[in-house]
Design a protein around this ligand. Structure first.
Ligand code: UDP
Ligand code: MG
Length: 303
């Protein structure tokens, strides 16, 4: 059986279009499947649309959160409920091309791959600043953190049950699935496609949310920001030493003005370093509280 996990947040405009399309494609390559919709605390009629679809199709299951817990929690919930031998994860807005599913399934079932992933090779339609920041982020993940996370990598995956179990064994609270997939390893076939615009509705991510999500990814996968703090410490100590020597030798007043300016700058850098440290402390705090990843308000009885 194939389990298809679909996170949804305020997607009343896309749920039906998605259902129409996926129920045409799935029967072409697999006999048995379940569709698990996760309503991530939507404020619109998403859950009603899902329930309506379920009235005529018992392959549809759903979980509805008590509030919006974020896509990562929705993904985790769907993975926990999936009963299939193969599990697929894709967005409901049709930005993950459903036509790739048969090939992804073939790769995992017949071509000795454990997992199939997808990557968009273009970002047409996206604001340039967003694409530029994304490029920088992926470059840092690859070169800085040595994580094999290609620019444009999607959450869109199809995997074997063993792979899913490995993902489920990672219980951290700050989840960054995009990088968890390459982190667990396994033989992965990547499918590439040109960017597709949303079929309806709007993106749920503001620029700030994306930035915070990217920072979450960096902090969750590396202690390089802490090394950066040590680096700053050494560099500024050396600068201070040089200025002190110059002051002693020249007795020049302009050195004093420069020193004042630098002291203010050092304070700024110190604040930055503290904030990096605070990020790690906040993450530890979050982990130790051990709160659940999500709370369920309602779910289908077979879920
Ligand atoms: N989503 C979710 N919870 C959220 C935000 C988004 O479940 O808090 C779902 C959303 O319904 C969609 C997928 O995650 O199925 C991707 O979201 P979106 O299309 O807004 O992101 P983008 O494609 O713009 O990165
Ligand atoms: Mg989208």
């Amino acid at each position: 059986m194939l389990s298809v996990v679909v996170p949804c947040y305020n997607e009343e405009e896309t749920v039906n279009i998605f259902y129409e399309k996926i129920t045409k494609v799935l029967p072409t390559f697999c006999e048995k499947y379940e569709l698990i919709f996760i309503d991530d605390g939507s404020k619109d009629s998403t859950i009603d649309k899902i329930k309506h679809l379920r009235e005529n199709d018992n392959r549809i299951k759903f979980i509805s959160f008590s509030r919006n817990f974020g896509k990562e929690s929705a993904i985790l919930a769907g993975f926990e409920k999936a009963k299939g031998d193969y599990i697929a994860l894709l967005d409901v807005d049709l930005q993950d091309p459903i036509e790739l599913l048969p090939e992804m399934y073939k790769a995992v079932k017949f071509e000795n791959y454990d997992m199939a992933g997808a990557r968009r090779t273009s970002r047409d339609g996206e604001p340039p600043i967003r694409s530029w920041c994304a490029g920088l982020f992926y470059l840092f993940m690859q070169k800085g953190l040595k994580i094999d996370l290609k620019n444009g990598a999607r959450d869109y995956h199809l995997m074997k049950r063993d792979v899913l179990n490995s993902i489920l064994s990672l219980r951290e609270k700050t989840r960054f699935s995009k990088a968890l997939f390459p982190w667990i390893g396994y033989k992965t076939k990547v499918f590439e496609f040109k960017n597709i615009e949303r079929v309806a509705g709007d993106t749920k991510w503001s620029f700030t949310q994306l930035l915070l999500y990217a920072l979450d990814g960096i902090f969750a996968f590396s202690d390089i920001p802490l090394l950066f703090m040590s680096f700053c410490g050494v560099v500024f100590f050396l600068i201070a030493l040089i200025i002190a020597c110059c002051l002693l030798i020249t007795q020049d007043i302009s050195w004093k003005i420069l020193t004042s300016a630098l002291v203010i700058m050092f304070l700024g850098v110190q604040m930055l370093c503290f904030s990096v440290l605070a990020q790690y402390i906040a993450k530890i705090y979050n982990e130790t509280k051990n709160r659940p990843h999500y709370l369920v308000r309602e779910q289908s009885e077979d879920c």
